[in-house]
Every structure is written in C-alpha cells, then in structure tokens.
Design a protein around this ligand. Structure first.
Ligand code: HEC
Length: 122
C-alpha cells in the first residue's frame, strides 16, 4: 500500500515538473516582450522593438526546410545571436539592432522547447 502511494506521488511530481516546462508559457514570458505574437496594428508598428514572431518563424521555416534544422538554428540564436548568423532579415537588424543574448535566463533545454513550440505553432 505504501509502495503504491509513493509511486503515485512520484508520478504526480514528475508529471507536474514536466508540465512546468511549457513551450507556450516560456515563449510568452521570454520572447513576446519584444516579438509580438499577433499582427501589429499601424500604431504598434511604430513602437515595435523587434519583428513579429510569426513573421520571423514563417520566414525561417521556408529557409530551413525541416524541424530539426529549424530547432537547431533558433535555439542557438536565442543563446548566441550574431550578425553573421542572421537568416531572417538584415534590415530588421539595422532597424532594431541585434537581439540580445538570453544566456543566463534561458537554458539550452528551454531554448529547444521554445524552438519546437514555435515550429509547431506558426
Ligand atoms: C529584447 C528584445 C528581444 C527579445 C526578448 C527576444 N528577441 Fe529575438 N530578436 C530581437 C531583435 C531586435 C531581432 C532582429 C535582429 C536580429 O536578427 O538579431 C530578433 C531576431 C530574432 C530571430 C531572427 C534571427 C535571424 O535569423 O535573423 C529569431 C529566430 C528570434 N529573434 C527568436 C527569439 C526568441 C525565440 C526569443 C525568446 C526566447 C526572442 N527572440 C527574444 C529582439 C528580441
């Protein structure tokens, strides 16, 4: 009986820990501050600090054909953005400046979860 109880507790703990790393939540909290998740209004376009997320993702998906290369590129860019790596749009970089690295606030694993979420969502 005790075994069963602890097994149930363990399963519960594991599943809630897993659900804690949610791609949507991570993206909302780490990316949408700068990359809007919806279409910006004319007024919002003026105040944008980065291209909208769906635009970036759709463009990159056309460029990087499969999910694996998309996830590799995006999760790497999140942690180490650089001028040389830019695939989306050099004009965006001129207008907004280079994206700041999110090293220290996002782990490699989280970066991958976000990239997978973006691939599946847009
Ligand atoms: C502080 C603002 C800011 C935050 C936060 C931010 N970005 Fe960016 N991001 C930018 C800017 C500005 C650009 C355009 C210049 C560039 O490409 O670096 C950009 C560009 C990108 C690109 C295009 C790279 C290319 O090929 O040119 C990707 C992909 C991207 N961001 C993903 C993300 C993801 C995913 C997150 C959340 C984990 C995120 N960004 C958080 C500002 C931000």
């Amino acid at each position: 009986m005790n075994h069963l109880k602890s097994a149930m507790l363990l399963t519960f703990a594991l599943s809630s820990a897993y659900c804690g790393i949610d791609g949507e939540q991570l993206t909302e909290s780490k990316c949408t501050v700068c990359h809007m998740s919806s279409n910006p209004t004319v007024e919002q376009v003026k105040n944008m600090v980065a291209p909208p997320m769906w635009g970036v993702v759709r463009h990159l998906k056309r460029d990087l054909k499969d999910q694996k290369s998309f996830v590799n590129f995006v999760s790497d860019y999140i942690l180490e953005p650089s001028k040389e790596k830019i695939r989306f749009n050099k004009e965006a970089m001129k207008r907004f400046g280079l994206m700041p690295s999110m090293k220290g606030t996002i782990s490699e694993e989280e970066a991958k979860i976000i990239a997978e979420y973006l691939y599946k969502t847009y």
